[in-house]
Write a protein that binds this ligand. Structure first.
Ligand code: FAD
Length: 463
């Protein structure tokens, strides 16, 4: 870029951060045009790499003054277009702020910069006897800031809760560039600002530091893989297990389509002709686990379970989980492009919604495979298509919309954990009354008066 073409925005960002922390050449911006939702793409005006909360504050102040949108970004694994720089703007990459600053076992908390990956925090806690409970399948890449901004869940959400249940404090830069710090403390007095900030999808603040709760590692586990003839049987067994008052740590369903991809990738020996495979894990003190496991197996047998395979040791357990968490990646073997949808329904509605997903696949002539955090009623239909064919893209989007509508019809919602982003914003007025949305807009305005933080995401603007 010649000196004459450097815009005031880029000049100010370089002056504030140093040129090495600012990207603005078109070729450098391509990687930031989209996130895990690849259907829509917009190049940003610049990408910046702050190293401290103070630098983030300086960036936000500059953007505010120049009327430029600010798009916070961690690893960019959002599946809802949360990092899409609609109409340009400055993408703020948090990935250089990646220190696990402190592990404090006496207070059972860790202090982490927003750009640290979930797995890096796990590594820092290894050997302490504690862990950070939210375990999204993207945890090798996704950041703690991203997990906080999307209120991420994961397979073990069923027993341990989602990210908001594990955040004790947050430091964040608000829309005017001021720095807010809430916590770290359990049940603080005053308004629950942590509850407001977790899940804000970058629309209220740029999270720079998080105090996370540490959870003691379970003393023991029982992990099994139950093979069912049909998806209906599997989902009915899952509802029965919960109805019996058993709360497993995880119940993860994979249908025949995804098992085929997983088998090709990992050769685990899963049967290719079964309707569904469910990974069930229980954990806690050793006493009583065997009895609980027997009760679960009995309930699965009532629903015609063909076979139950038990993880014999920690190595086998780890392999099973690795395989489940890499299942989505394995889909790359089936299709050049895919959309991973995220809907949630009451558990008892799982048979209905999964059947309907099958019908929608037939209606639109598409292949759809399913993974589900089934214990939570959280379905992840994966729609396979070829992004290079506009007609296929159109069909895929129509099918996506129809299956999300079905989740609403079943008394559920269009997202359990991936967020609203740009992808689902059109559903917000189906989920919320005008007065609810107006209240959300007012909250947003008080955190970000000029509206520069991640515009066009999460909360629709007033019509
Ligand atoms: C293969 C795969 C599996 C997945 N599995 C799961 C799963 O099991 N559970 C689950 O919940 N999600 C899952 N996801 C979705 C995604 O990984 C999560 O939403 C994750 O929390 C996003 O983290 P990230 O660092 O990639 O955030 P990004 O994608 O970079 O950002 C996500 C959103 O948060 C905002 N944001 C990011 N960082 C900050 C910050 N520091 N301050 C303010 N706003 C910020 C962004 O603006 C954007 O709106 C999966 C994604 C993939 C690709």
């Amino acid at each position: 870029m010649t000196r004459a073409s450097v815009s005031p925005l880029i000049r100010e960002l370089r002056a504030a951060l140093g040129a090495a922390q600012v990207l603005s050449a078109p070729a450098d911006l391509v990687a930031y045009e989209c996130d895990g939702f690849t259907i829509e793409k917009h190049p940003p005006d610049a990408v910046v790499f702050p190293r401290s909360t103070d630098e983030v504050a300086r960036i936000v102040k500059i953007c505010n003054r120049l009327g430029v949108p600010v798009v916070p970004r961690g690893a960019g694994t959002s599946l809802a277009g949360g990092c899409l720089p609609i109409g340009g703007g400055v993408v703020v990459m948090l990935t250089r702020m990646k220190q696990v600053i402190e592990v404090n076992l006496r207070d059972r908390l860790a202090v982490v910069e927003a750009g640290a990956t979930n797995v890096a925090l796990g590594r820092a806690l290894s050997g302490t006897g504690y862990h950070f409970a939210p375990d999204p399948s993207s945890q090798k890449a996704s950041t703690i800031g991203g997990n906080v901004a999307t209120n991420a869940g994961g397979p073990h959400t069923l027993k341990y809760g989602v990210t908001v249940n594990h955040v004790l404090g947050i430091e964040a830069v608000l829309g005017d560039g001021s720095v807010l710090r809430v916590g770290p403390i359990d049940n603080p007095a005053g308004l629950d600002l942590i509850g407001v900030l977790v899940g804000n999808e970058g629309t209220l603040a740029v999270v720079t530091k998080v105090w996370v709760r540490l959870t003691p590692n379970p003393a023991d586990y029982r992990t099994m893989q139950v093979i069912f003839e049909t998806v209906d049987d599997a989902t009915n067994a899952i509802s029965d297990i919960i109805a019996q008052g058993i709360v497993p740590a995880a119940m993860e369903l994979m249908d025949r389509g995804i098992v085929a991809a997983v088998e090709e990738a990992f050769a685990m020996g899963f049967p290719l002709d079964a309707g569904a495979t469910v990974v069930i894990e229980i954990d806690g003190p050793s006493a009583g686990l065997d009895e609980q496991q027997q009760r679960i197996v009995k309930l699965c047998e009532k629903w015609n379970a063909r076979e139950v395979l038990y993880a014999a040791d920690a190595k086998e357990r780890e392999k099973l989980w690795q395989c489940r968490k890499m299942a989505v990646g394995a889909v790359g073997r089936l299709s050049p492009s895919y959309i991973i949808q995220d809907g949630v329904v009451p558990r008892t509605q799982l048979p209905r919604v999964l059947r309907r997903i099958g019908e929608i696949a037939v209606k639109y002539g598409l292949r759809i495979v399913n993974v589900a955090h089934a214990g939570d009623g959280n379905v992840h239909p994966i729609l396979l298509f070829d992004e290079r064919d506009p007609e296929q893209v159109e069909r895929t989007l129509a099918a996506s919309g129809e299956l999300l509508q079905e989740c609403i019809n079943c008394g559920g919602s269009v997202t359990a954990e991936h967020g609203v982003g740009v992808e689902k914003i059109r559903f917000m007025d189906k989920l919320f009354a005008p007065a609810d949305l107006e209240a959300m807009r007012r909250v947003r305005q008080s955190f970000d008066p000029s509206g520069c933080l991640n515009p066009g995401k999460l909360i629709p603007s007033a019509s």
